[in-house]
Write a protein that binds this ligand. Structure first.
Ligand code: ZN
Length: 329
């Protein structure tokens, strides 16, 4: 992510009053905003962002239809979760510009907050949040032990939903291709940076509060490790710009989670497409996905990736993106 992008989405967050929301929600809105900004800046009024004039109920039922057609078991589980006494479900009518969307736990409650944009993208966001609601972690009111696995289900389901929209004619073939290309380019260029930034932040955590001595201390650690030394200069300069390191730290792990989620989810989606081309079905891939959804909060990144992609998950991701998934903690 470039400096320019950082300040651009900070501005957009302010415009959308996102800073008024509680911290936890704030973090969960940033990456999706970033991709919107990239997209609208480059392509103007592209299909996923054109206003639909749908009601919330229309969008809701479209998204439920998608789940029903994808897998009836998932659909039933989703309905049960939405109807549960333990689920607080908040929404407002879709606006042209969406608000905060969130699915997670809040004390003893599952909380699903939906304020979607009145666009196809708004439906994608709803589909995304519902995928979290299907996860066993949320059923158990727990956050994952390894934070970076938190967006795997949602990034996979976003791709599956786009595929569904293109099969249903809601997106044209060209619009669908543009979407896939855009995501591939964004992911390749930004994942490398964000994975390195995560390395840098891990060192900074060891160093303690961010101050003028941090660079020196960082040098001392990094010079012994070629992996950290590779590209930390520009990353440190970006971080330096931000007065509150703790805040940046939280934000960076937020991006990191989305990047890991997309690397794994997008690779699984390739297998989903491949299975469909070979057999006309997607049962095997969806079976792996359901197995992953059923794992609890204690699973680590390696176990998650193996459940979804098998023993050679590293090679699969590397082959797809030319990027190595970080080793599990
Ligand atoms: Zn999410």
């Amino acid at each position: 992510m470039t400096k320019e992008n950082v300040s651009r989405f900070e501005e957009t967050l302010k415009k959308k009053n996102c800073f008024q929301f509680q911290e936890y929600c704030q973090r969960n809105n940033v990456y999706s905003l970033l991709s919107q900004i990239n997209n609208t800046t480059k392509n103007g009024e592209v299909a996923p962002f054109k206003t639909l004039n749908s009601t919330f109920a229309d969008m809701f039922s479209d998204v439920l239809d998608f789940y029903k057609q994808l897998d009836y078991g998932l659909y039933e589980k989703l309905i049960m979760t939405i109807d549960s006494d333990k689920t607080v479900f908040k929404h407002s009518e879709p606006k042209e510009k969406g608000g905060v969307n969130f699915a997670g736990t809040h004390g003893d409650w599952r909380e699903i907050v939906l304020n979607p944009e009145n666009t196809i993208n708004g439906k994608v966001v709803m589909t995304h949040e519902f995928s979290h609601a299907l996860s066993q972690r949320i059923q158990e009111m727990k956050r994952p032990k390894e934070d970076c696995i938190g967006e795997i289900e949602s990034k996979f389901i976003e791709y599956v939903y786009y595929d569904y929209l293109s099969k249903n004619g809601e997106l044209s073939e060209d619009e669908y291709k543009n979407f896939v290309n855009m995501h591939n380019n964004t992911l390749k260029s930004e994942a490398t940076y964000i994975l390195q930034e995560n390395d840098v932040l891990n060192i900074l955590k060891q160093i303690g509060p961010f101050d003028e001595k941090s660079f020196e201390k960082f040098d001392d650690i990094a010079k012994h490790d070629e992996r950290y030394a590779r590209n930390y200069g520009p990353i440190m300069r970006n971080l330096e710009k931000l007065s509150n390191f703790e805040n940046e730290n939280a934000k960076a792990s937020y991006y990191y989670r989305y990047v890991v989620g997309e690397l794994v989810g997008r690779t699984l989606f390739s297998e989903y497409k491949e299975e469909f081309e070979k057999t006309g079905e997607t049962k095997e891939t969806i079976g792996k996905f359901k197995k992953f959804l059923d794992t609890g909060a204690d699973i680590n990144l390696e176990q998650a990736a193996k459940t979804l992609l098998g023993e050679n998950y590293m090679q699969k991701i590397s082959k797809e993106f030319g990027i190595d998934l970080p080793k599990t903690k």
